[in-house]
Write a protein of this length. Sequence first.
Length: 237
Amino acid sequence: MDECICCGVTGVASKTAKRTGISRMDQPFLSVFGFSLVPDRTLKYDLDHMMPEPYNLIPPSALRPLTRAAGDTVFRQGARTCGLYVVKCGRVHLERVGPDGERFIIYRAEPGMSLAEASVFSDRYHCDAVVAEAGAFVQIDKAAVLSAFADPDFARAYARQAAQQIQAQRQALEIVGIRRAEERVYAGMVAGLLESSVVDFASALHLSHEATYRALRKLVNDGRIANPTRGTYHLRP
């Protein structure tokens, strides 16, 4: 038995690699995407493991399962687009590089979320997609997504998702536009942006991690936030 540690999924690999042509390492991850091996050496899609809306309307043949380790790159800025992605488990950051070489997080994709939706209308990716937490993902073929727009249900759901992301991006831009680091950090905490490390939080705020730590310390000293343990911060009730 092989185990997918990042997702807690167990699958049987044994001799199926030789019979199906699917690597022993990749087999345990197939169940994460709702695929299973069948005797005719094909992959069967399990409809009980649907993709999130609207991608559940995409034909299974257009879905490609992937696994990546933390620090891996899903795609790089300037690379030719081949499709968008859905996170099944793990976490992916969309990042851009600033003028001084610093990296800024412009979007976080958690399990059940998609990323690079705009790539279906572009020839090149406009940022880097970096795996922040090892996991399993689905690449959705670009041509299949474009074809799916002929379905009104898909088009409406896609537009609704895009509108929600635009609202989130507007909020992020408003926070980044706050001049004082202390107030920007506080606004970021109110918005729930401090989800993992302070370094990631600083990147999302377009601040250096040194400036972010100083602002956090000031907020703690002023009694506006709590610091119960080292590296842990939360709003006071």
